[in-house]
Design a protein around this ligand. Structure first.
Ligand code: TGC
Ligand code: FAD
Length: 392
């Protein structure tokens, strides 16, 4: 792979809206990605393997629980710092950002928000340091966009619960020590359970043959009469709103992350367009190539401003789920379109692993699908503005 020469576009001086702390956090993450992710990621993606050696570094830049309080091992940062970390990591690779999103927003967040003090103390410091990795089991083979239909269930046996069912498409599953699993009790109400590797009847087979997010490990969670201690139930929130609340936090991180992938594609294409000569000129001098690049920087700039504003609203506890949904949908769609256009600017070179664009492009096919598909997010906005529910 070519050396990482990334220079971040900031057409509307977004940096002026950031605090010194935001810039310090962002710059540390940016430098770490250049040093530790860019040189190795293509090889790991080609081999379809998650680079386990980066876990400590992810913990050090605050990517595991950026906004979780320091007393539990988190970085105690605000929502904009959280977003900027996700942007920088996904600039390197969406699969690496997935690992961080799952750990922070889908594992640490529910333990912090819905767990007991004993659960927080037991799990959060280990997850923040990367000593333990976690995963989040919501999706099932027959229930993806419609998680409320899940069939995974647990029964109260007096001294413990017994869990049965299966989850599919679970990021980090093959190596996670703990899974936050969403399952129905005997009355059909959804609860979160903490399932640990090694519990009898619990297995995590890896999913192979992915053409997307190849540097992220994906697997199934299978529960065959797994005995769950009663203290492993998350007691402080139940119902579908509990897992969906975690998704709000993760979708917000993805909105920033997608900007990172788009910035990397744009920056690569811009540099290439000034170096590649055809018909005796740099291809960047042709109007059609300039149109592509001009549209890219416009869309990136719009997404940066949208997402920064969403971060301010989140810091003030004012962001709605529908606003977060809009940013996730818009920014991932923006990034996937930019990746496709950028790939064309590189001609044949664009399909090789010498450059990051094709990897971003393939990764974004997962990002536009998970955490709610593009169409599901359109319907969430549709419901919000019309009051008419397409899901019922
Ligand atoms: P609905 O009846 O609308 O809602 C049920 C209850 O949930 C509440 N609620 C929310 N609460 C918090 N945050 C949100 N975003 C919420 N959205 C809804 C709602 O108020 C209601 O509460 P209550 O008290 O009235 O019961 O539910 P529905 O069954 O009609 O479904 C709605 C729909 C389709 C929008 C939702 O289910 C959905 O978002 N589907 C998409 C599924 C999805 O995103 N799955 C993600 C799986 S995890 C993943 O992909 C991780 S990838 C990780 C990585 O690698 O980065
Ligand atoms: P389906 O729900 O079957 O949807 C298929 C198509 O139908 C989509 O285009 C969808 O938009 C459309 N559709 C569905 N319902 C409607 C409707 N009402 N109106 C219009 N169109 C509709 N899940 C987890 O729980 N944890 C994870 O860690 C996790 N990681 C993932 C990692 C990867 C790499 C991938 C690919 C997925 C991951 N997922 C995870 C699962 C992901 O959230 C689901 O794939 C996603 O929610 C879509 O579900 P589905 O694949 O079953 O598609």
């Amino acid at each position: 792979m070519k050396p990482d020469l990334f220079e971040a576009p900031d057409y509307y001086h977004l940096d002026d809206l950031l605090s010194e702390e935001h810039k310090l956090v962002r710059n540390a993450a940016r430098a770490w990605v250049k040093r530790e992710v860019s040189p190795i990621i293509e090889e790991y993606a080609q081999r379809a393997e998650f680079p386990m050696q980066i876990i400590n570094g992810l913990a050090e830049i605050g990517a595991f629980g950026p906004y979780i309080p320091v007393e539990y091992g988190g970085a105690g940062l605000d929502q904009i710092s959280y977003g900027l970390i996700m942007q920088e990591i996904e600039r390197g690779d969406s699969g690496v950002r997935s690992t961080a999103s799952v750990q922070s927003s889908l594992v640490m967040y529910p333990i912090w928000k819905y767990g007991t003090e004993a659960q927080r103390k037991k799990y959060l410091p280990k997850l923040a340091s990367g000593e333990w990795m976690g995963c989040f089991g919501l999706t099932e083979p027959d229930h993806g966009s419609n998680p409320g239909g899940m069939v995974t269930n647990f029964k109260d046996m007096g001294a413990h619960y017994v869990l049965n069912g299966a989850k599919m498409w679970i990021s980090n599953a093959p190596f996670a020590q703990v899974a936050v699993v969403w399952a129905k009790d005997e009355t059909g109400k959804i609860h979160g359970l903490l399932v640990e590797r090694g519990m009898e009847g619990f297995s995590t087979p890896e999913t192979h043959n992915k053409w997307s997010l190849r540097a992220s490990a994906t697997g199934e969670l299978i529960f065959d009469n797994v005995k769950i201690p009663k203290e492993n139930l998350l007691p402080n929130k139940s119902g579908l709103g509990a897992p969906l609340g975690c998704l709000d936090s993760a979708r917000y991180g993805i909105a920033w992350g997608a900007i990172g992938a788009a910035m990397d594609c744009y920056d690569t294409a811009l540099r290439y367009s000034k170096e590649r000569m055809q018909f005796g000129k740099p291809i960047g001098q042709f109007q059609l190539q300039q149109k592509k690049l001009a549209e890219m920087i416009t869309e990136i700039t719009k997404a940066q401003l949208l997402t920064w504003r969403l971060g301010v609203l989140r810091n003030e506890n004012k962001a709605t789920s529908a606003q977060i949904s809009m940013a996730k949908r818009n920014n991932v769609d923006m990034a996937i379109n930019i990746a496709r256009e950028a790939r064309q600017i590189l001609g044949g070179m664009g399909i090789t692993g010498e450059y990051s664009i094709m990897r971003h492009s393939m990764n974004l096919e997962s990002v536009i699908t998970y955490e709610g598909t593009h169409d599901i997010h359109l319907l969430i906005t549709g419901l919000d503005i019309t009051g008419l529910n397409a899901f019922k």
